[in-house]
Write a protein that binds this ligand. Structure first.
Ligand code: NHW
Ligand code: EN5
Length: 388
């Protein structure tokens, strides 16, 4: 069934339910001297390239490859269109390794035809903090699919991660592989229902007119929570304390320090937006919400070429009800002209999705760990991790 994944240290379908297997690494690290020193062999027409994402030319090549060949929905109506600034943000967190940004070129033409990346992260799984690579942006050009290039790319990134003495990884995918630690549902909240219906992202409900639909999704002009404001640099220590404390309740979550919070949560225009609640009386910071910007190309529509989507990122409520906090996030996103606000059913998101008129999408997101077994699959609500 899975000729490649059967050979890898990941949970296997045949082991599901076997509670005698221990939680933790599946295989031990090998001495660094035993890690293969040369890259894996590619088919003869192709060569490896380490992508310098700082360089405008290289960043443009990666952007073009992904814009034309990355993830689509099951009916091929939309394709993720990560911006260059987003890619730079996603690929250069604290302690990143340039060697983990891996491309494949055609030798003769130098055209970039495949890509895969890793970035380092500390992820807590129950009581253990595990140094991992987060793997993302695996992409093979449409014309080179089904030639078993992906397994070579995955083995090569694994080798380069091992060379940094890191032996575990985390990744998400829309496809089922051996074997998910959790399976989450995408939910969507219409902000611009007319456009969403016009482009086929959503449908007019039964017994609904366009004008009733527009009214249904209408939002107030301004936010409701006193002390709700954009996060600033000087908030990094307080937000770090808030998020560290909050994340401790989930079975798997990132272990963010101040440098991570500065990188991942400080607002960056058209990349990541973060808001907090500062008590007008005590100036205490009690709540936080954030979303990242990931547009999609609309494939083959006469009137529109892009969908502007916000994706719920990390949200923390200790005083403001999460429902009210997220309603304010929707108001901000609407004011900034997003068409749709997307969220997964991770963390406490279930508690607001239905009330705030999110509806389930046709996509699921499966979460995976490499070389780390967990005894039972996690409920989405036990997950405190959002990958980009
Ligand atoms: S998920 C997004 C992945 N990208 C896309 O969907 C873009 C559009 N599709 C493509 O570009 C986020 C191609 O279809 C890809 C596969 C490249 C997906 N993850 O070359 P072949 C991520 O980036 C397996 C893992 O012939 P292809 C996460 C498949 O099951 N494996 O296929 C990435 C089969 O193996 P099997 C995937 O269609 C995580 C083999 O690839 C996969 O031309 C990577 C077929 O290869 C996927 N999304 O290219 C793992 N899709 O055993 C990281 C297919 O079943 C692991 N496959 O025969 C950790 C590494 C680090 C460890 C460090 C310690
Ligand atoms: C790794 N970091 O399928 C990323 N998206 O539901 C890899 N559906 O947008 C992740 N098909 O349901 C890959 N509209 C997995 C995601 C791949 C992309 C994907 C889904 C998620 C999606 C939309 C459009 C469907 C178009 C036809 C969808 C319904 C919205 C509706 C709004 C009103 C209330 C009910 C729902």
């Amino acid at each position: 069934r899975h000729k490649f994944w059967e050979t890898q240290p990941v949970g296997q379908f045949k082991d599901i339910g076997d509670t005698s297997l221990p939680e933790g690494p599946i295989e031990p690290p090998t001495p660094l001297s035993e890690v293969k020193q040369e890259p894996y062999n590619l088919p003869n027409l192709y060569e490896w390239v380490t992508c310098d994402i700082d360089s405008d030319e290289m960043c443009t090549e990666v952007y073009n490859l992904l814009t034309n060949n990355y993830v689509e929905d099951d009916e091929n109506m939309f394709r993720f269109k990560y911006s260059k600034e987003f890619l730079r943000w996603a690929l250069r967190p604290p302690g990143y390794f340039k060697s983990w940004h891996i491309g494949v070129r055609v030798k003769s033409s130098k055209k970039l035809v495949a890509f895969i990346t890793g970035v380092p992260a500390r992820i807590r799984v129950r009581d253990d903090i595990v140094i991992m690579a987060e793997i993302n942006f695996l992409c093979v050009h449409k014309k080179l699919r089904s030639k078993r290039l992906a397994p070579v790319m995955i083995k090569e990134v694994t080798r380069r991660v091992h060379l940094e003495n890191i032996w575990q990884a985390a990744y998400t995918a829309g496809v089922v592989l051996p074997t998910p630690i959790s399976t989450c549902q995408y939910w969507h909240r219409s902000l611009n229902p007319k456009k969403l219906i016009d482009v086929g992202f959503s449908r007019l409900g039964a017994r609904m007119t366009m004008s009733r639909t527009i009214k249904l999704y209408k939002l107030p002009e301004s936010t409701a929570t006193p002390g709700f404001r954009k996060m600033e640099f000087h908030d990094v220590p307080a937000i770090t304390r808030l998020i560290r404390n909050y994340m401790s309740q989930f079975a798997a979550a990132p272990d963010f320090d101040e440098n991570d919070v500065e990188h991942w949560l400080l607002p960056k225009e058209d990349v990541v937006d973060s808001y907090l609640v500062e008590s007008p009386e005590t100036h205490e910071i009690t709540d936080f919400c954030s979303f990242y910007t990931l547009p999609s190309s609309i494939l083959g529509n006469q009137n529109y070429s892009a969908l502007k989507a916000a994706y719920s990122y990390y949200n923390i409520s200790t005083k403001t009800p999460l429902l009210q906090l997220m309603n304010d996030a929707l108001i901000v996103a609407k004011r900034k002209d997003y068409d749709v606000f997307n969220a997964l059913d991770v963390m406490h998101n279930e508690s607001f999705l239905k009330d705030l008129k999110f509806g389930p999408g046709d996509g699921k997101l499966h979460y995976y760990l490499y070389n780390y077994r967990i005894r039972q699959t996690l409920k989405p609500a036990e997950l405190g991790l959002v990958l980009l």
